[in-house]
Structure formats: C-alpha cells, structure tokens
Write a protein that binds this ligand. Structure first.
Ligand code: ADP
Ligand code: MG
Length: 485
C-alpha cells in the first residue's frame, strides 16, 4: 500500500506571478463579499457586517466521470433514505445500544417513540439531503466514497453555487474564460428552496409560513438568508420566519388541529438549521419545543425519523451485508450504492464489535472514529484512535461510536484565501469533499418528489483531518471537471 499522494492536475497553469496574484486576490475578495460568499466574523460578531468566507482562488479538478456518477446516484440514495426513515423497526434496532449511552441521540429517539406511539400527525416529510463524498486513491485511484449523508441542516445551498460564480469571474479575469465550460451548472439554491415551497404548497394554507429554526448566533448567515431571499423570489407570498428553539419554547403552541402557531402565525413547514447539536438544547424546554414541533401538523425538514436516519450509526448499519436489500429491490441500484460505501464497523459488544476494536488498535491510522454528532470537529483520527479505543474498549460508551475506514483523496494545488490574511497566499496541497444535494417529499407509502438538485465542493489542507467551512477548517471551492482517461 503506497502512501504517496496522488496529485490531480491544475485547472490552469500555476503558480500565478506575484503581481497578477495580488490583483486577482483583491478583486476576487471584493467580488466574494459583494455577492454573499461571506460569513459573520466569529471572533468579533457584529450583525452589521460580514466578511469573506474562506475560498479557493482556483477551482479544484474533479474527474467528470465520477462527478456524473455521484449526481446520477443521488435519487437512489434519496429513495434509500426515505425508506430507512420510514422503517421504525430498523431504526430502533440500529440505535438500540447507542441510545443507552449517548444521551443526545437518546433524547431524539424518545421524541421519535413518543410521536410513533401517539400516531403521526403529519405523515409527509420534506428531506433536503446532502451526500458527502471523497475520491479514494488507495490502493488505486477509484470512485467516490461516501463520508456521510446529512439529513438535517444540509447547508451551503447558496455558498456552493456562488463558489462557481467566483471561479467563473476569476478564470475570466486571468484570461481562461474558455475554460469555464468545465464548471458544471449548479442550481442548488433553487432546488432546495423549490423543495421547501413544494412542501408549503402541499400543506395547503396560503397564509401559513415557513419556519427556519436557527442557532442563538448565526455565523453562516449568508447561506441561510439567501435561502430565505430565494423563497421570496420564487414565491413572494410565502412568508419566512426565523426563531431559535428557545424562542419557540417560549412562544409556540398547538391549535385545535395541532397547527403549529407562533406569535399568531401558522407554520406550514419547519426547516431546521439548528437542533442537530447538544448545544441547541440548553435546557429541557428546548427539547419540549422539538417535541411540540414534531407533534404538530407542520411538515418538518427533517422529521424526527429522517433526523435519526441520518445518524452515523444508521450509515454503518446500512453498510452491513444484506442491509440494502431490505430497502431496494433492483440489484443495479444496490450495487451502485455499495460502490460508494467504505468499510464501516459497529463497536457493539459482540464478535464483530470486538474485531473492530482490535483492528483499530492494530492499525489506528487506517480509521476514523465517529460519535453520533454533526457539524464538524467531533471525530477522532490517527494515533488518537488507538488512545480513545484503549480508554473505552471495555465501557459501554464504545457503542455510541462507529469505526470508519479512512478515505485518501487525491491532492490538488491551490491558493486558499482566508479572511483577515494580509499576506499573499501561497500554493498549498489541498483535498476536496464533494456534496450532492437531494430533495425528497413523501410519506410512508409513497414518494411524491425525488430529485438531485445541485452540489457543493469544500477544500481543506491535505494535512487537516476535518474540513468544515463554518467550523473554520475548510474553504469554499467548486469542481472543475476533467477527463482522466
Ligand atoms: P460531521 O457530521 O461532523 O460533518 P463527518 O463524518 O462529515 O462529520 O466528518 C467530518 C469531516 O471529517 C469530513 O468533512 C471529512 O473532512 C473528515 N472525514 C470524515 N470521515 C472521513 C473518512 N472516512 N476519511 C477521511 N476523512 C474523513
Ligand atoms: Mg460532514
């Protein structure tokens, strides 16, 4: 097994001479901030200002064939996720051990059980999914492997497409306008907002609003607001309301037919941009608010069962031999999904779990250790995998984690433009993660809408473990499609 990185070619000849680089960096930063490729400043938060989001000056190359395959696969993944979300027994089995030791997932599961026992008020769910993928190069250059699938707060519906706009501008300015044909069209924002508007129409009350559930402090404000502005552009009569879970806890009530009412406004659709992390629930009342939403008539994005279907434990269970056959009948679809799965192992207290513990102790660098968390910064890598495993191998805590084979994506050269950086950027070795968006609307019996709606690319230093942009690890990017063979 070779650990020498595989390099992708550059989209344009690099390096760029200093003078030209200085000019294009200044220009592209202004372009970015003036077109909403921006975020709030985490360290000196101010509601009146945004600054550039970190971005890659030049798009990273991505094999066209693999890109097209990932796009084509998304409706199949959508179908799979929809079926999984509606299989109560499967979710219960998958999460049985985990919810005993992971309080957060346990609380989500309690809400799931409660509404299942009471009877579901709103059978229709809206899912805005994002399947995250990396190219694998070990032992040989092969297809995309799935990092995870997000079923809650799948962000960057705006920051994804705008990154390609930055790159169109930059390539033109540098004299490579003929190359922009290699930047694929990306209508993620319209696709995702279109899904929300369709759900709003299905709900069928023109006066009802779409509720965005937001964090106390929103750093990734442009991404969220552009969703709101796009909904307004596409459907001016659809009102959008933003509230934190704490505000919802204080103000929301259910009407006589379980209508979700906040400040006298009836909510048709609830879109969670928060609520996937323990910090969103500082007290019991936020959990009560989540339960209240779940009990309501509103169409949830995601509903609690979709949230649970997006946990890493479920991802791992789906990679077990025979699991996909429970949800999909066509062998071609099953094979296509299997191809993107990398090794995923449970750490339950059984023969398989013990084997996985041993593998992690023997070759920790081969794996990533993941808890049931979202939003970046929670996983364990490299030699820390061994340390963590030694600490928890005899405790029940290990069942809250999964073990995943590490993916080794190819390396590109890039200039990363970071906010506040006064120096001229230097060429750095980076790796990328592609996200493909899917929209699904349906109930336990039928799927009404199933679409692939766009993509995003995030890039980070090849030496970094994690790549979240809002979390401060990664940079916005867009794929520049190339033909390798
Ligand atoms: P989160 O829900 O916190 O986003 P992820 O599973 O997406 O968790 O992991 C966070 C990041 O860690 C990913 O964006 C990716 O950069 C890196 N990562 C996760 N799993 C792997 C893996 N199997 N191989 C290589 N890198 C990984
Ligand atoms: Mg992720």
């Amino acid at each position: 097994m070779s650990l020498n990185p595989v390099y992708l070619p550059n989209a344009i000849p690099l390096p760029i001479a200093d003078e030209e680089l200085r000019e294009i960096v200044d220009k592209s930063k202004d372009w970015a901030v003036m077109h909403g490729a921006a975020m709030r400043n985490k360290n000196s938060f101010c509601k009146d200002a945004v600054q550039i989001a970190p971005f890659s000056l030049i798009p990273s190359c991505f094999p066209r064939k693999e890109f097209n395959k990932a796009v084509a696969l998304q409706p199949i993944l959508n179908e799979l996720m929809h079926r999984v979300a509606h299989d109560q027994l499967f979710l219960t089995e998958c999460l049985r051990e985990t919810i005993q030791v992971d309080e957060f997932t346990g609380n989500l599961f309690k809400i799931f059980e409660t509404v299942q026992n009471e009877g579901i008020t709103q059978p229709i769910s809206l899912a805005l999914l994002r399947s995250d993928l990396m190219l694998e190069t070990i032992p040989t250059f092969s297809c995309c492997k799935q990092v995870e699938i997000n079923s809650i707060a799948s962000g960057f519906g705006w920051l994804g497409p705008v990154s390609a706009e930055i790159h169109r501008f930059v390539l033109h300015q540098l004299g490579y306008g003929d190359q922009i044909v290699n930047l694929p069209e990306n209508n993620a924002l319209q696709g995702l907002c279109g899904g929300m508007i369709e759900a709003w129409k299905i709900y069928g009350n023109e006066n009802a609003a779409i509720l965005f559930v937001i964090e106390e402090v929103t750093i990734n404000i442009c991404d969220q607001r552009f969703h709101e502005f796009e909904i307004y552009r596409m459907s001016p009569q659809t009102k959008v309301v933003r509230k934190t879970l704490t505000e919802i806890a204080n103000k929301a009530k259910l009407g006589p037919n379980n209508e979700l009412i906040i400040d006298g406004i009836h909510m048709a659709v609830v879109y969670f941009r928060s609520g996937y992390e323990p910090e969103a629930y500082p007290s019991k009342k936020e959990w009560d608010a989540r339960l209240l939403i779940e009990r309501s008539q509103a169409i949830k994005c995601p509903s609690i069962q979709y949230h649970l279907a997006g946990t890493k434990k479920v991802q791992q269970a789906l990679a077990r031999s025979g699991a996909l056959d429970m949800f999909l009948t066509e062998a071609k679809k099953i094979e296509a999904i299997k191809e993107i799965f990398t090794g995923l192992y449970s750490l339950d207290f059984d023969e398989f779990g013990d084997q996985a513990v041993q593998m992690a102790l023997d070759e920790p660098e081969r794996f990533v250790l993941k808890p049931q968390r979202e939003g970046g910064g929670n996983n364990i890598y490299g030699m820390d995998v061994k340390k963590a495993m030694l600490e928890m191998k005899n405790s029940k805590e290990r069942t809250a984690w999964i073990l995943m084979e590490r993916i080794h994506p190819p390396v590109s050269k890039s200039y990363i433009i970071r906010p506040g950086d006064k120096n001229l950027p230097i060429l750095e070795d980076v790796i990328s993660e592609l996200g493909i968006y899917g929209v699904v609307i349906g109930d336990s019996q039928k799927i009404l809408v199933n679409r692939q709606v766009g993509h995003m690319l995030r890039t980070k230093l090849s030496s970094a473990d994690e790549g979240g942009v809002a979390a401060g690890f990664g940079a916005l990017d867009s794929p520049f499609l190339i033909d390798l063979d």
